[in-house]
Design a protein around this ligand. Structure first.
Ligand code: ADP
Ligand code: MG
Length: 711
């Protein structure tokens, strides 16, 4: 029977679980409300009296909505959001009634025993103090799990001495410096009315959905998020029949629930569609300021996973859950705008005359060229190593796609110092009388570029699907701030800003034009060409991690107060440790699954086959049993290969795990263990194609990718 569902009113639902502007206006004394608004938009520190008043209103609102607990919600370097729950209960009065308390102090600061979070040596275990501090620019929200309601307060997480132990602190620092330097540029261009400049971000999230029942039968998915074994089914994604395909009923119902939950949390989920690989989907929100976009993307990942469970599905956020079909990423759309609505990356109708836009563009290109290694690093993780450089996601080489219009303008400026015209879009003839002719965009898209200009924003396409988008935005904001600072320093000295700006634009474009590439980023020729241009090609995370502590990075980040040298060192250690740990888990999972499930299945199969050969022979001595014997031979061979490579993996992993130095340990996992894992997988996957399906203990790729059951 068709389930009857309530009608949804988005306007009423939106932000229902958020202590946002509407609730604050209703519940806070007018003067307090105004002060809080100012603090949120202009970034003052919160006064204790104001904090108390906000805390009081927040608690009342939360308790009225059924909340019993509150938590400081933060994003430590483990990459997963963390929280510590406290109830509102503060004591009992003389008559035995519960006293509820939530003060400004509770709201603003909390001490979390931080010793178990990764700190890369910033803090020894005996110096366990860590503090979470309210980020008043990201509103508190209610998390509802059935009857359990919790007030979640977005916070930054710092060590006792003030070093950042999270992603939010450096992100906020980077937004602050970008604001400061961009305002200087605006001023030079006579724009005085803007109070602030902020980066806007919209993150398109890709993910896979498979049957939860099948997921639970695969320990590799459970422990590592990806399949460590599995041979390709007869069909993959070659027909492109999944991309933008009609949503199956069950998936459509799932997406509807995801949207509703996100809307209630004030996340403006907008576009949902099927992606290239079977069972792969995408969700895109409407863009918003970077800090909110980062928090909201964390919430999106959380909601996707929770809702999947409710629909009997499992949401896989890993960058490469299945070998042989596309992996998942996150497109980080990024632009820079003022409170007055001016987007510095909007070329307008006559881009060749828009000097502010062209200067911003030149600064972005200079920034990306100078710090391509840092951008690459910001997308480095173990899962993404399977994607970047493979024929699907952007290559590991950073380049910028500008499109024909901007490329033409750039060429004009480099040649003559100014640009005198802009190519315009053409009319697109449909040749059907009943269809209108269209006005085509000036530039086509380029799906192979890691950093593409798309109309009024750049789209950084390298970030992994399971990762926070914070690192990418920290780097983008900081490197643009650096170029803005250099530009402002120079233009502020000039007698004619206009002339000096043209000169600077030309200089930057000429110097950094090597970063512009409009061709096919997946091709081998590009790899060669990029090498000729001297662009870095950091193929794996291990190659990318040293960028954290290069002289250039230390100078950049310390000059802007984003990270101290100590913080950078700690982050590189965390990255090495994380790499080694994750490969170690994958290796141990393979050793386990092959030892406990696959080898026994293969033994069972060959024994059964041998018995049957004997039985056939004894029933009919002349019978041709060559087919069975061939299979027996092949399966036994693969079985012995599998056993041997499993043992090698085991001993090599033990050896790698014993290496003390984090960088050397990670390198050993990268070279030796990854190679051993590949060899073990080869024999196992070959066996899967030989052995009876009913004997193979793991759901196959075909079962998972093509048979999502409809309830
Ligand atoms: P596509 O990737 O197909 O170009 P859209 O143009 O719809 O798709 O945008 C994708 C994402 O980019 C969405 O999340 C959207 O909100 C975001 N976006 C659009 N304009 C901007 C902007 N100026 N700054 C940052 N993000 C933006
Ligand atoms: Mg996109």
């Amino acid at each position: 029977m068709e389930e009857k569902r309530e009608r949804v009113n988005i306007a009423e639902l939106f932000g229902e679980n958020v202590f946002g502007d509407r609730v604050m206006r209703e519940r806070l004394p007018k003067a307090v409300y105004q002060r809080v608004r100012e603090m949120m938009t202009e970034g003052y520190e919160l006064e204790p009296a104001i904090a108390d008043s906000v805390a009081q209103a927040m608690k009342e609102w939360a308790v009225e909505n059924g909340a019993t607990h509150y938590t400081h919600w933060f994003q430590p370097l483990s990459g997963v959001a963390a929280e510590k729950h406290d109830s509102f209960l503060s004591g009992v009065d003389a008559e035995g009634r519960a006293l509820l308390e939530f003060s400004g102090k509770n709201l603003v600061r909390s001490e979390a025993d931080a010793s178990s979070f990764p700190s890369g040596g910033l803090r020894a275990t005996f110096e366990a103090r860590g503090y979470t501090v309210w980020d008043c620019t990201s509103p508190a929200f209610l998390r509802k799990e059935g009857d359990c309601v919790t007030l979640c307060i977005p916070t930054a997480f710092c060590a006792y001495a003030g070093e950042a132990l999270d992603q939010k602190t450096p992100l906020l620092r980077s937004m602050q410096v970008l604001n400061r330097e961009a305002l200087r540029i605006l001023k030079l261009f006579g724009i005085d009315d803007a109070k602030w400049v902020k980066p806007s971000v919209g993150a398109e999230q890709e993910y896979f959905l498979i049957d939860r029942e099948k997921y639970l039968k695969r320990k590799d998915l459970i422990y590592t998020g990806r399949t460590l074994f599995g041979s390709m089914p007869a069909k993959g994604q070659e027909l492109d029949d999944h991309y933008f395909g009609v949503l199956r009923k069950r998936i459509a119902a799932f997406m509807r629930d995801v949207d509703m939950e996100l809307w209630k949390l004030g996340v403006s989920a907008k576009t949902e569609h099927n992606e290239v690989a079977p069972c792969q989907h995408e969700l895109a929100p409407i863009f918003e300021e970077a800090n909110l976009a980062v928090d909201h993307n964390q919430l999106t990942m959380e909601i996707l996973q929770k809702q999947a469970g409710r629909h009997g599905l499992e949401c896989l956020l890993h960058e490469k859950p299945f070998a042989g079909v596309n992996g998942s990423g996150k497109h980080n759309n990024w632009s820079v705008s003022t409170d007055t609505g001016l987007n510095l990356l909007n070329p307008g109708k006559r881009p060749h005359e828009n000097q502010l836009f062209l200067l911003t563009l030149a600064c972005v290109l200079a920034a990306v060229d100078t710090h391509a290694d840092l951008l690459r690093l910001s997308a480095a993780n173990v899962g993404n190593d399977h994607r970047l450089g493979a024929d699907e996601a952007p290559p590991a080489i950073i380049s910028c796609f500008l499109g024909s219009q901007l490329e033409d303008i750039v060429a004009q400026i480099i040649e003559t110092g100014v640009a005198s015209s802009s190519l315009s879009g053409k009319s697109l003839e449909t040749h059907v009388d009943t269809l209108p002719n269209l006005y085509a965009d000036v530039t086509d898209r380029n799906r192979t570029s890691p950093f593409a200009f798309t109309g009024n924003k750049f789209e950084f396409r390298m970030v992994g699907s399971g990762d926070s988008i914070a690192s990418a935005n920290i780097v983008l904001n900081t490197i643009l701030a650096e170029q803005f600072r250099l530009a402002a320093d120079r233009l502020e000295q000039a007698s004619s800003v206009k002339e000096a700006a043209w000169e600077l634009i030309r200089e930057l474009l000429s110097k950094h034009q090597r970063i512009v590439f409009n061709g096919n980023g997946y091709s081998e020729e590009w790899v060669q060409e990029a090498a000729r241009r001297g662009l870095p090609n950091l193929k794996s995370s291990i190659d990318a991690i040293p960028a954290f502590t290069s002289k250039k990075a230390v100078e950049l980040f310390s000059a802007f107060g984003i990270y101290s040298e100590t913080e950078l060192k700690s982050r590189s250690i965390v990255a090495y440790e994380n790499y080694a740990k994750r490969i170690n888990i994958e290796s141990r999972a393979m050793i386990n699954i092959s030892g406990k499930q696959l080898i026994p299945a293969a033994i069972h199969y060959v024994t059964r086959l041998a018995t049957s050969v004997n039985q056939v022979k004894s029933a009919c001595a002349a019978a041709d049993v060559s087919a069975q014997e061939d299979l027996l031979l092949r399966a036994s061979e693969l079985l012995s290969d599998m056993k041997r490579s499993r043992e090698k993996l085991q001993s090599d992993t033990d050896l790698a795990a014993s290496i003390q130095d984090p960088a050397a340990r990670a390198a050993a996992y990268h070279t030796q263990i990854v190679a051993d894992m590949r060899i073990l997988r080869e024999s196992a996957d070959a066996l899967e194609t030989v052995i009876d399906k009913d004997l193979w203990p793991l759901p196959s790729y075909g079962d998972m990718l093509f048979e999502v059951s409809e309830p």
